[in-house]
Design a protein around this ligand. Structure first.
Ligand code: R5P
Length: 290
């Protein structure tokens, strides 16, 4: 027997998963004490059951302790096993020490999750210099790919698309998205000057002048990557781009800024956001059931 247990803010995704899997939807009671410490209670019967805690980690610092308490409480209540479903997995980008003394957040975060869960299901973690989550996690990990879904969306909604990856790292997603969309793709190069400053250089696009640019990336965070790429496209006289991303992290102000420069911003529902138009529920459900 499975119980799908939502952390606060993950009720819609957990509800969709429980329906898809025909599994019980559990209840977690949560609140903050006046001093801001967290109160957590598993309000469903989990004894002898596989518990899948759903928590997209878009805001990991305030979420983490509550998540660890929920996993511990589920075990104390007799759960057979406790699994994490994190459609968006945070802290994967600091996978290397760029300056002496920096914390290797990807490693430490993965260790913390491995200590508290029996397995992890996620969608397109940002793996750059590390090729597999297995290099970071000591528990089984199951990774779903959203690129085919983005490709399908493009095929159904955009005439004559040209898929553009805004930086070298996006090649892995852009190529797969383009293949699924039946469209050509190119990749730009990006120089990150600071957290909120990037320079994007596009290749020669004259051969594609009649096509609609579709910028495709895994994450939009500050939005600078897509914003700069959209500006460069405008300067080249191209049509306004569609901006497609898997994870709608969106720092404050980023979405509005990007929306002004693009035809439409489209994301998957790994993180709930008004731009969500592509559902990854089926992909997650398949991985949970496997
Ligand atoms: C970079 O490595 C990622 O693939 C994204 O391009 C990046 O995280 C986007 O960040 P931002 O929206 O802050 O430019």
């Amino acid at each position: 027997m499975r119980v799908i247990l939502p952390m606060p803010g993950n009720e819609a995704m957990a509800g969709a998963l429980s329906e898809r899997l025909d599994a019980e939807l559990g209840v977690l009671e949560w609140r903050r004490f006046p001093d801001s410490e967290a109160y957590v209670r598993i309000a469903s019967e989990v004894r002898g059951k596989r518990v899948h805690i759903v928590c997209t980690l878009a805001n990991p610092d305030p979420q983490m302790l509550t998540l660890v308490f929920a996993a511990a409480a589920a075990r104390e209540c007799g759960a057979e096993s406790v699994h994490l479903v994190a459609p968006y997995l945070a802290y994967m980008r600091q996978d290397r020490r760029f300056n002496a003394g920096e914390a290797l957040s990807a490693t430490h975060f993965a260790r913390l999750l491995s200590q508290n869960f029996d397995s992890l299901v996620t969608i397109d973690p940002h793996l750059h210099r590390i090729s597999s989550l297995d290099a970071l996690f000591s528990i089984p990990t199951h990774v779903g790919a959203a690129a085919p879904l983005l490709g399908e969306w493009i095929a159904q909604n955009v005439d004559a698309p040209l898929v553009i990856g805004p930086d070298q790292e996006s090649e892995q997603w852009a190529a797969e998205v383009a293949r699924s969309a039946g469209a050509p793709h190119v990749v730009a190069s990006k120089l990150r000057i600071g957290d909120e400053q990037v320079r994007v250089e596009l290749p020669d696009l004259r051969a594609w002048s009649g096509r609609r640019p579709v910028l495709t990336d895994d994450i939009v965070s500050s939005g600078r990557t897509m914003i700069e790429a959209s500006r460069v496209l405008a300067a080249r006289g191209m049509a306004k781009p569609y901006c497609l991303a898997i994870h709608a992290v969106f720092a404050p102000g980023a979405f509005d800024h990007l929306a002004e420069l693009s035809e439409r911003v489209v994301t998957t529902d790994t993180i709930a956001h008004p731009s969500n138009a592509i559902s990854i529920v089926h992909t997650l459900a398949r991985l949970i059931a496997s």
